[in-house]
Design a protein around this ligand. Structure first.
Ligand code: PMP
Length: 430
C-alpha cells in the first residue's frame, strides 16, 4: 500500500531545521513537488500543474534530449577547464554565433549572480572607474556586488541601502512613469533625465546595467528608444554597457533571440544564466574582444565548474532544441496569442490595468478599478486561486501586484487558453 505523504507542515518544519527562512518559498502552503515534464509539474499527491511560470526549464522540464546529453557526458568526462577538451570551444562558438560579431568572447561561471559579479569586475578593470548606473527596481544577483547594483535588494526596507558609487536612475516605464508615450518620445525623455545624472556625476561611469524587460520591476519593457540614447552617453564617459539577459534571452521574447535587439543596440557585455542549460547551474559573461583582452592582463581568472564538459554538452543540447523545435518562433506565435487573450480579459475586467511584455515573457498588472493604484491583494488572491486550479504563476513588481507568466517555451495555445479562462473564472466569481 502507498503511504499518504506526511502533511506539508511537517515537511516545512523539516526544511527549517537545516535551511534558513531567508531562503524564500512559494505559497503560504507550499507545493510538495515530485516531478515535472515539459510544461507540467506533478506533486506528491498526484496533482498535476500547468507551469505558466518557470523560465529556467526553457525548452521544457526534463526534456529528453537535454537529460540524455547531461547523462552521457557525466558518464564520460567532467573536469575543470584547465585541460583541453573540444566541448568548451565548440559550445563557446555555437553560443557566440547567436550574438552580433562584436560580442565574441565568453566566460563561463555557475549562476546569473556570478555572471553579473564578474561583468562588473571586468567593467571596473577595463575602465578604471567604480561608479555604476542602475535602473530603479532592477535585480542582478545575490553576491555583494549583485546586491550593490540591485535596487530591488538595496532599497528593500531591510536592505543595506544605496552605496555611494551607485547611480540609480528611473525605470523607463510607460505605464506608471513620468513619460507615457511609447513612440520614442518617452524613451528619449527618460534618457535625457538619465544623461543629466551621468553628466552631473562627480566620478565617471564604469558601467550601465539593465534588463531589456525589467522582471523584478514587474515585467516592465524599457521605453522604446531608451537604450539607443543612453548607451552613447555611457560610452562617452568610457563606461561599458551591460545587458542582463538572464531572464529574457534565448528566444523567449519571440521577436528576438536577445532582448537588447528590441532596442536596436549592441551592448559591450551580456550576462546569461537561468535558461542556458535548462536548469543545470550555469551563467556566462559575453563581451567584446577588447574587454576580454584587458581582463586577461589582470589577475588569473578561474571557475572550478564554469564551462565544464557536462555544462557544455547540456548547453549545446539546449541550443539544438531551441533550433530544432523552432522555439523562438513558437514563443512569438503562442506569446502573441496569449497576450491577445489577456487583452480580451482586460476588456471585461477593469482591475487589469496593463498587459505587457513580449513573446512568453508577460506581465498583467492588477489595479484598483479605474485607476493605476496597485492592487496587491487581488494579485495575491489570483496567484493562490490559480494554484488551487492547478496553474502556476507568480507575482512581482514594487507592489507585488503584477502577475508574471514566463513558462517553458513549449507552452502552447491550449495552455494559454487554460490560464486566461481560469483567471476569468476567478475574476468573475469575485
Ligand atoms: N539577473 C536577473 C535579471 C535575474 O532574474 C537573476 C535571478 N533571478 C539573476 C540575475 C541572478 O541569477 P542567479 O539566481 O542564477 O544567481
Amino acid at each position: 500500500t502507498v503511504q499518504p505523504p506526511p502533511e506539508i507542515e511537517n515537511r516545512l518544519e523539516k526544511r527549517f531545521k537545516s535551511i534558513s527562512k531567508a531562503l524564500s518559498i512559494s505559497y503560504k502552503k507550499p507545493i510538495y513537488m515530485e516531478k515535472a515534464a515539459f510544461q507540467y509539474m506533478y506533486d506528491a499527491y498526484g496533482n498535476s500543474f500547468l507551469d505558466a511560470y518557470n523560465n529556467i526549464p526553457h525548452v521544457g522540464h526534463s526534456h529528453p534530449k537535454v537529460v540524455k546529453a547531461g547523462q552521457k557526458q557525466m558518464a564520460r568526462l567532467n573536469t575543470n577547464t584547465r585541460y583541453l577538451y573540444d566541448l568548451l570551444p565548440e559550445y563557446a562558438e555555437r553560443l557566440l554565433e547567436t550574438f552580433p560579431p562584436s560580442l565574441n568572447k565568453v566566460f563561463f561561471v555557475n549562476s546569473g549572480s556570478a555572471a553579473s559579479d564578474l561583468a562588473i569586475r571586468m567593467a571596473r578593470h577595463y575602465t578604471g572607474a567604480d561608479t555604476m548606473m542602475v535602473l530603479e527596481h532592477g535585480y542582478h544577483g545575490n553576491t555583494l556586488i549583485g546586491t550593490d547594483i540591485s535596487d530591488y535588494k538595496f532599497s528593500d526596507p531591510k536592505g543595506q541601502g544605496q552605496k555611494a558609487h551607485i547611480l540609480k536612475t528611473a525605470i523607463p516605464d510607460t505605464y506608471h512613469g513620468r513619460y507615457t508615450k511609447n513612440d520614442g518620445t518617452a524613451g528619449a525623455a527618460y534618457a535625457e533625465d538619465s544623461i543629466r545624472q551621468i553628466e552631473n556625476s562627480a566620478e565617471s561611469i564604469a558601467a550601465f546595467i539593465s534588463e531589456p524587460i525589467v522582471g523584478c520591476g514587474g515585467q516592465v519593457p524599457l521605453a522604446k528608444g531608451y537604450l539607443q540614447e543612453i548607451y552613447p552617453a555611457i560610452r562617452k564617459q568610457n563606461g561599458v554597457t551591460i545587458s542582463d539577459e538572464v531572464q529574457t534571452g534565448f528566444g523567449r521574447l519571440g521577436d528576438y533571440y536577445w532582448g537588447f535587439e528590441a532596442q536596436n543596440v549592441i551592448p559591450d557585455m551580456v550576462i546569461l544564466g537561468k535558461p542556458m542549460c535548462n536548469g543545470h547551474p550555469v551563467g556566462a559573461v559575453v563581451c567584446t574582444d577588447e574587454i576580454a583582452e584587458s581582463f586577461s592582463h589582470g589577475v588569473e581568472f578561474f571557475s572550478s565548474f564554469g564551462g565544464n564538459p557536462v555544462t557544455c554538452a547540456i548547453g549545446l543540447s539546449v541550443l539544438d532544441v531551441i533550433e530544432e523545435e523552432e522555439l523562438q518562433q513558437h514563443a512569438k506565435a503562442v506569446g502573441d496569442y496569449y497576450k491577445s487573450l489577456f487583452l480580451e480579459l482586460q476588456k471585461e475586467h477593469n482591475c487589469i490595468g496593463d498587459v505587457r511584455g513580449s513573446g512568453l515573457f508577460l506581465g498583467v498588472e492588477m489595479v484598483k478599478p479605474g485607476s493605476k493604484e496597485p492592487d496587491t491583494q487581488l494579485a495575491q488572491r489570483l496567484k493562490n486561486e490559480l494554484r488551487n486550479l492547478h496553474v502556476l504563476v507568480s507575482t512581482d513588481g514594487p507592489f507585488d501586484n503584477v502577475i508574471k507568466s514566463k513558462p517553458p517555451l513549449i507552452f502552447n495555445r491550449y495552455n494559454a487558453q487554460e490560464v486566461t479562462e481560469k483567471m476569468n473564472q476567478i475574476l468573475r466569481s469575485m
